[in-house]
Design a protein around this ligand. Structure first.
Ligand code: PFF
Length: 501
């Protein structure tokens, strides 16, 4: 019996609409907030070496794999896996549950911090001491993950706004919602970031900062941690491993340039990160000069970069500081939103495919559930929760999802069948290297990352947090989503899934 997908499958109206939506998913908070910090932490420009290796070895091959799979199976992640073999459907559900109720819950909260800071920029509310302003005044951070304290109302309201906006965009559908929104968001983001970077590199002292960014410390490449950071960042930044690109590709027309598009999406995303890095380091250089400190003293932790170091630097700007602040935080909000909608869309696509419920109802229920789930991250203990969940998502979730994807596609389904489809649909041939990467190289790299993370985890609790909090928010989260995924996959389809001809 053939799989009975809903009669009308949405389609991207234009090719550029698809590209912008996929780039919009990839470019997110991770590019502006996390990448420059990782560079900074891992030997400046030297980090670009493992980053580019990770892009070539894992990023591009997996992007081709996900887009090829979604295009071939014309379905969400669970549909695609079910069409390979019903026994693997749970993998698709697990990816969707994990990204929706793992990443999205805290991701929406970080966007909401950015939204608040956008308004704080109007009168530089962080004052002389952005550190105390952020941690004590704004987050009112408690002493441990178990001291949840009160919900922070400014954060709660902004999170509600983020969920509402995301709901609105996804509710309107693929063409009228996602495509249109990204056609507006992406050019806007490029203009905002373009202005910021050109502004920053002309500041006095900017050269110092850019020097730190580009002056590679190659000794650092001997450290395993630097490579682990590069590979996890590639997964996160390209939105790989969570069925997002699979869902987006399922809305493509039959004739599509899968390989070319994959390369365009990956390169645009990574060049964007590298470009943003110039602006971030230029600002740090300026601030270092102003405060007579070395550049490497002006910033501490990841979150501190956007919400402490940057506000500090913005206040020191010679002119138009408020506008600079607004542009910076607006960029983060726009980048974050275009990624957030892709997560909600991937999940919606999965449920519509299997259960044929109305799209509007699913999006509404999902967004309400997501909002309620986010509330815990808006409390005084929220920062700990963000940090712990983010750690587990990056070190285990992404890696495990990628590994399962490679094993199923490489060994169960066989890459040669997918390659045939991709080459048939597009005008580009794929190099032999792709099969080899998916079947052998990527799984080896991912197993290595996984083992390394487990060893580190066992040697000392992450950031010295109570072990129970790590077990509950990390390991148990993986187990609960896995269990739910298996349960959903056991529900019957309207008709048994079958590979489309
Ligand atoms: N790629 C986005 C970023 O770099 O911020 C985040 C993201 C979106 C991660 C979607 C994972 C995902 F499935």
């Amino acid at each position: 019996m053939a799989i009975e997908l809903p009669h009308h499958r949405p389609q991207w109206k234009t090719h550029i609409g698809f590209l912008l939506a996929a780039i919009g998913s990839a470019i997110g908070l991770g590019n502006i907030w996390r990448f420059p910090y990782l560079c900074y932490k891992n030997g400046g420009g030297a980090f670009l070496v493992p980053y580019l290796v990770a892009l070539l070895v894992v990023g591009i091959p997996l992007m081709i794999l996900e887009i090829g799979l979604g295009h071939k199976m014309r379905g969400s992640a669970p549909t695609s896996y079910a069409r390979i073999d019903k026994r693997w459907e749970w993998v698709g559900w697990w990816q969707l549950l994990f990204v929706m109720f793992g990443i999205m819950l805290y991701y929406s909260v970080i966007i909401s911090w950015c939204l608040n800071f956008f308004f704080f920029s109007f009168n530089l509310s962080w004052g002389e001491d952005p550190d105390s302003f952020f941690f004590s005044g704004f987050l009112m951070k408690s002493g441990s993950p178990f001291q949840i304290g009160d919900v922070r109302t400014p954060i709660l309201f902004a999170v509600a706004a983020v969920w509402f906006l995301s709901w609105f965009i996804v509710f309107l559908g693929v063409e009228k919602g996602l495509e249109r929104a990204n056609k507006f968001f992406m050019p806007l983001l490029f203009v905002l970031v373009g202005i910021l970077v050109f502004w920053s590199v002309r500041l006095p002292g900017a050269g110092e900062g850019v020097g730190v960014y580009l002056r590679p410390d190659f000794h650092r490449l001997k450290e395993v941690g630097v490579w682990v950071d590069a590979f996890s960042q590639i997964f996160f930044t390209l939105s790989l491993g969570f069925g997002i690109m699979i869902a987006y590709a399922s809305y493509l027309p039959r004739k599509s340039e899968i390989v070319r598009d994959s390369v365009i999406i990956c390169l645009t995303n990574c060049l964007f990160s590298i470009f943003v890095g110039f602006g971030v380091f230029a600002v740090l250089g300026y601030m270092a000069g102003k405060t007579s400190q070395p550049v490497d003293q002006v910033v501490t932790k990841g979150i501190g970069l956007a919400f402490v170091a940057f506000p500090k630097a913005i206040s020191l700007l010679p002119s138009f500081a408020r506008i600079f602040g607004m542009l910076f935080f607006a960029s983060l909000v726009v980048a974050g939103l275009s990624s957030a909608v892709s997560i909600i869309e991937a999940f919606t696509c999965g449920i519509v495919d299997k259960f044929h419920y109305s799209r509007g109802a699913i999006v509404s229920v999902l967004c309400i559930a997501g909002f309620v789930g986010s509330i815990i991250f808006t409390t005084q203990g929220g920062l700990f929760w963000v940090d712990i969940v983010d750690h587990f998502v990056n070190h285990y979730g992404l890696v495990l999802a990628g590994l399962l994807e490679c094993v199923i596609l490489g060994w169960v389904y066989k890459t040669s069948r997918l390659r045939e489809h991709i080459e048939h649909a597009s005008s580009t041939k794929i190099s032999w290297w792709w099969d080899y990467a998916v079947k052998v190289v990527i799984p080896i790299v991912l197993i290595f990352l996984l083992v390394n993370s487990i060893i580190e985890e066992l040697s000392a609790p992450y950031e010295g947090y109570p072990v129970l909090s790590l077990v509950l928010l990390g390991r148990d989260w993986l187990v609960v989503t896995l269990f739910l995924a298996v349960l959903i996959s056991m529900r019957s389809w309207k008709a048994a899934p079958e590979e489309p001809s």
